[in-house]
Every structure is written in structure tokens, then in C-alpha cells.
Design a protein around this ligand. Structure first.
Ligand code: SF4
Length: 570
């Protein structure tokens, strides 16, 4: 069943009024890969009435007033990605297409959608029930943050959007708790995973440098970000407070996500389609229609990635039994042709991995799990993943099971016992012709800033995978993702990467993205402050034409199409 998106649909369910209205910058896809669907369906399964307003028209009240006011709260999200990332390319040009918009033409999601949607609600319902911001835009802009569009530090989105609460990170448990507290008239200020504004610093909260200090002084911003980052672990993270003007932004401890919760939310009955009244084909629905999420979180902690502060560094995996039940249910879906297009998470090969210390006391603050080498305490066994893929493959009605998420070669190399068998299984059965790898760079200095491993495990992986593919009699391709203009990377770094590609890869890279300093990543902090994580000076290319020239080193034709100028060595 779809959640209602029209008043008629709501009435047909016998509801007078929803408890919760979710407003989103994306079309409504009823899938476990859509935050709106997951939150809505999860609340529904607990007895709440939830309606959705996807991509509301912002010029008037026609859409936003469709259901009237909810009984408990509004949930507002910009969608699956930050609205400025969704609306602009890394070189600042407006994006023409959008996979989350019916018909594929971008233009339905306003810039800073969380602020615009909240303003729209307040325009028609001034003193309404609480407005709760969620999704990646709110999560990564929850404290003072670098805003790449204005090249400035902005205060928490909560102040600018005039909302009441941010549900950050993975919000299922927090939002359910909040709905129950609001229904029962209880205080909600101690719920994990939320931010709110307070007139005083709560007792025991760790105080961050204030917004004003962070905005005026780059060293204070770097200090603030380090404390914030270190406290994103659900086990060891504490309550934080940041003074902003004469009030405090309070961030409660990160939400706790368990195997049981992940199993439950992924096994809800999703339609796995865009809502039939969406008004056009929604491409993103196709991508995830027959995909399954095996885990959340990533202990890779690449500097340019925000997963650590959004999903957490500890990997939480689903049970094998739950994944098998979900796969069996997929075989009964309309249009299922026997192919499960992905079983994975942020990284393909982290299922059931982790370390005891991380689960008992939280991830180490003074070192990374995979950089510069995989930590010896890390359990990197691929055995549970190999077994899972085999078991799903042997289900009646399943012909193929693919791993479409990015694979980490360094983890496969670290697993002396099962790493080889994993690569063999991938090559033989679990790649649909294109394997995804993300070396990002082959330049040592850049890799050190990205906190990515060197190229050795990558080279080994390509060789072993190639041999396994030949043994399997398959001609398979590898898609490699590279990044240009990351902090610490100049033209010489890109040329070293190009030379590596020429020497070791028998193909040209197709996927080269220009680094975007999105909110709340270490790389963005380095880009803005000019200091690395250890306080060392790090240069970053700021000039757009220069960034495009870096990209052109790897893919001249594509970069030219994007407006690359003539090359210049740095
Ligand atoms: S002990 Fe190693 S694997 Fe565990 S959290 Fe620390 S760095 Fe990561």
C-alpha cells in the first residue's frame, strides 16, 4: 500500500486528518531506499496515520494545504540529497536532470528546500504543530557548517529554517519516539538523534565553539568540527551544545540502530514503485526496485564522505534470515524477472564486519579503521557475505544476485582466508558486467588527504578479478571512480593519476567528479580552513576553471563539454 498523497486517498482510508505529514523534495517512491517511505511506513506500522506531500508547489497553498494540519507534527526533508547538490553541478551550473523528479527534468525542488518548505508551512499555518527537519540536508547542516554556494559558514539549519527539531542521521527510532512523546504529551528533549534550540546549555553537554567564533576564526571552526565528528559515534558520542546568538543549538546523542530495527524497517511491505499519481516516470525508482540493503554505516571514513556523521562508522548489518525473507518476497513482486540488482550498503563488502571495541566502547577517535592499513582488530571476514549471496541465489525464483555497490579492494586483500573466494564469487556470479571500484586517486599526497589506501591493493584486486573472470569465461568491465580537485590535489597529482591509469588500467576512466565541499565532511573542513586534520597546511584549488582543467587531465573530452579551458600546470 502507498501512503496517501491526495485528500481523496486519505479519505478512502477513513481518515479525517493525518497524524504526521511528510513533505519531501523528491517524488514519493515507496521503497526501503527512500527516507520518506521508510519513516512513513515505519510510523504507520506502529499505528500512526501518515500522509506525504511530494515536491509541493511553493508559490501558493494548493499543495501544502492539501491535508490541512497534521495532528502531531510535520516532517520536512529536501529529499535524498542536499538540495544544492541536487540542483547544481560541482562547477556551479544548474543541473538539468533529476532522477527523483517525475519526467526527469530538474526544477521541482527549490534551493535550500528545507528552509523553503518550512517557510511555506508557516505561511499558511503560523502556529502549527512542531516542524521536524530530516534527511541528508538537515542532518549535515545541523550545526554551524561550511556552505559551498556562498563560501561562508552558516549557522545550524534549525535557526534559518525556523523549524523546531532536526532528526539527524538514521531517524526511524528517533521519529517513532518523538511521535509517541507528542501523542502522549511527554517531554521529547531527551530523545537520541534529535537537535533542538534551547535558551540554556543543558547540564553535561559538551560545548562547541560558538557559531560566531567558528564563522570568524578558521582554527575555531576546525576545532568545532573535530569535536562534532568525534561525537558522531552512537556508542561514545555525547550531547553537544553550540551557542548561536543568545541561544543554544543542542544535539542529543546519536541514534542507536540495531539489527532488529534494520530487519523490521526493510521488511515492511513496500510497493517498490513511484506513486502512480507522480505524473511521470521517476528514474530512481527503477534503480532500487529490486535492490536490498544488507547493512548501514561505513568504517572506511574517507574524508570527503559524510556517511560517518550521518549513518555512523559502525556497520550495522541485517540478519541473514531477514534478508532471505525479503529476497523471497521480491520473487512475488510484479515485474520481478529473477534478478536482484544489488545486495549491499554504502560499501559492498562490509556485511557483518566490525570490531569488538567499536561495538562496546565506540570507534577509536585517534585512528581510522582502514587507513593507512586495515586495523588488525577489524573482523574482515567475507564468509558471511559469500554465504548470504549464495543462499539468496539458491532461492526459488531468483536467477541472479548482483553486487552493484562499490567494492573496497583493501578489505578483500586484508581477508587472507576468504578474500580470494569473495573475488572469485563476484567474478563468477555477482557482477552484471560492470564492477564498481572507487580508487578516487593514485596520487599519494591526495590519497593521504582523502584517507584512502595506496594503490597496491587496488592493483592486486584488478589482477585477481581479471584472472577470475577469465576462468569463468567472462569478459567483464570495471567502472572506476576518480575525483579531481580534492584538497591537496594539484595538476601534478592528476597527472600522476593519469599515468597510473595508463600503466595499470586497460580502460579509460569514465567517472571523474570534481570535489564538492558539501557540508560536514573532513575534506570540506580542510578546503575551507586550509588545515589538514593534523593542523598541517593543505592547499585546495578554489578556481572553477582550474578544477575543470584537473578533470580534463583524466577525461579531456567530457571536461571540454563541461567548459574546460586550456590546460595549465600547477
Ligand atoms: S580498534 Fe581498529 S577496527 Fe576497532 S574502532 Fe579502533 S581503529 Fe577501528
Amino acid at each position: 500500500m502507498f501512503l496517501p498523497i491526495t485528500e481523496k486517498e486519505m479519505r478512502s482510508l477513513g481518515w479525517e486528518r493525518p497524524d504526521v505529514i511528510l513533505v519531501s523534495g523528491d517524488a514519493y517512491i515507496d521503497s526501503p531506499f527512500s527516507g520518506t517511505a521508510v519513516i512513513g511506513k515505519y510510523l504507520m506500522s506502529k499505528g500512526f496515520k501518515v500522509a506525504v506531500i511530494p515536491q509541493p508547489e511553493t508559490g501558493g497553498g494548493k499543495d501544502i494545504c492539501r491535508f490541512g494540519e497534521p495532528a502531531l507534527f510535520w516532517g520536512v526533508s529536501a529529499g535524498c540529497v542536499d538540495s544544492l547538490v541536487a540542483n547544481y553541478t560541482a562547477s556551479g551550473k544548474p543541473r538539468r536532470s533529476c532522477d527523483f523528479t517525475p519526467g526527469g527534468v530538474n526544477g521541482r525542488r527549490p534551493d535550500r528546500a528545507s528552509i523553503v518548505y518550512t517557510g511555506l508551512i508557516r505561511r499558511f499555518y503560523k502556529n502549527t504543530v512542531p516542524i521536524v527537519l530530516g534527511g541528508i540536508e538537515a542532518s549535515l547542516r545541523r550545526i554551524a557548517h561550511y556552505d559551498f554556494k556562498t563560501d561562508k559558514i552558516r549557522r545550524s539549519l534549525l535557526f534559518d529554517a525556523k523549524a523546531d527539531i532536526i532528526s539527524y542521521g538514521m531517524g526511524e527510532a528517533s521519529v517513532l519516539e518523538l511521535a509517541r512523546a507528542l501523542k502522549e504529551g511527554r517531554d521529547w528533549r531527551d530523545i537520541r538523534g534529535i537537535c533542538f534550540v534551547s535558551g540554556r546549555k543543558p547540564d553535561g553537554a559538551v560545548e562547541l565553539p560558538s557559531y560566531e567564533e567558528a564563522a570568524a576564526d578558521k582554527a575555531a571552526f576546525a576545532r568545532m568540527f573535530k569535536i562534532f565528528y568525534d561525537n558522531s559515534d552512537p556508542v561514545s558520542g555525547v550531547r553537544l551544545a553550540q551557542k548561536t546568538g543568545d541561544r543554544y543549538l543542542v544535539q542529543n546523542e546519536p541514534p542507536l540502530i540495531t539489527e532488529k530495527l534494520l530487519d523490521e524497517i526493510n521488511e515492511l511491505d513496500y510497493e517498490r514503485e513511484a506513486h502512480p499519481l507522480s505524473g511521470g516516470e521517476v528514474r530512481a525508482a527503477e534503480t532500487v526496485r529490486f535492490s536490498m540493503a544488507s547493512h548501514r554505516g561505513c568504517f572506511g571514513s574517507c574524508s570527503f564522505c559524510a556517511i560517518t556523521v550521518h549513518q555512523g562508522r559502525a556497520v550495522v548489518s541485517r540478519s541473514e534470515a531477514s534478508l532471505l525473507r525479503e529476497a523471497a518476497a521480491l520473487t512475488g513482486k510484479k515485474n520481478f524477472r529473477g534478478i536482484i540488482t544489488d545486495v549491499g550498503g554504502p560499501t559492498a563488502n562490509m556485511y557483518k564486519m566490525g570490531c569488538e571495541k567499536m561495538s562496546k566502547y565506540g570507534a577509536c577517535r585517534h585512528k581510522r579503521c582502514l587507513y593507512p592499513k586495515p586495523c588488525p582488530s577489524l573482523n574482515v571476514s567475507h564468509e558471511p557475505l559469500i554465504r548470504l549471496l549464495e543462499k539468496i541465489s539458491s532461492l526459488k525464483g531468483v536467477r541472479k544476485v548482483f553486487a552493484a555497490s562499490g567494492v573496497r579492494p583493501d578489505i578483500a586483500a586484508a581477508d587472507a582466508e576468504h578474500g580470494g573466494a569473495y573475488i572469485e564469487a563476484l567474478a563468477r556470479r555477482h557482477v552484471s558486467g560492470q564492477l564498481k571500484l572507487a580508487p578516487e586517486s593514485a596520487d599519494k599526497r591526495t590519497l593521504a588527504q582523502m584517507k584512502k589506501p595506496g594503490t597496491e591493493s587496488f592493483k592486486d584486486f584488478i589482477r585477481v578479478y581479471g584472472e577470475a573472470s577469465r576462468r569463468a569465461g567472462k569478459n567483464q568491465f570495471i567502472t572506476c571512480y576518480f575525483m579531481a580537485a580534492h584538497p591537496g590535489c594539484g595538476m601534478a597529482g592528476m597527472e600522476r593519476t593519469r599515468d597510473f591509469v595508463k600503466k595499470y588500467l586497460s580502460f579509460s576512466p569514465e567517472q571523474v567528479q570534481i570535489f564538492t565541499p558539501t557540508p560536514s565532511t573532513w575534506s570540506s573542513c580542510v578546503y575551507y580552513t586550509g588545515f589538514g586534520e593534523d593542523g598541517e597546511p593543505v592547499f585546495s584549488v578554489k578556481d572553477t576553471a582550474e578544477k575543470i582543467r584537473q578533470k580534463a587531465v583524466l577525461i579531456p573530452e567530457k571536461a571540454k563539454a563541461g567548459g574546460a579551458g586550456r590546460g595549465r600546470r600547477k
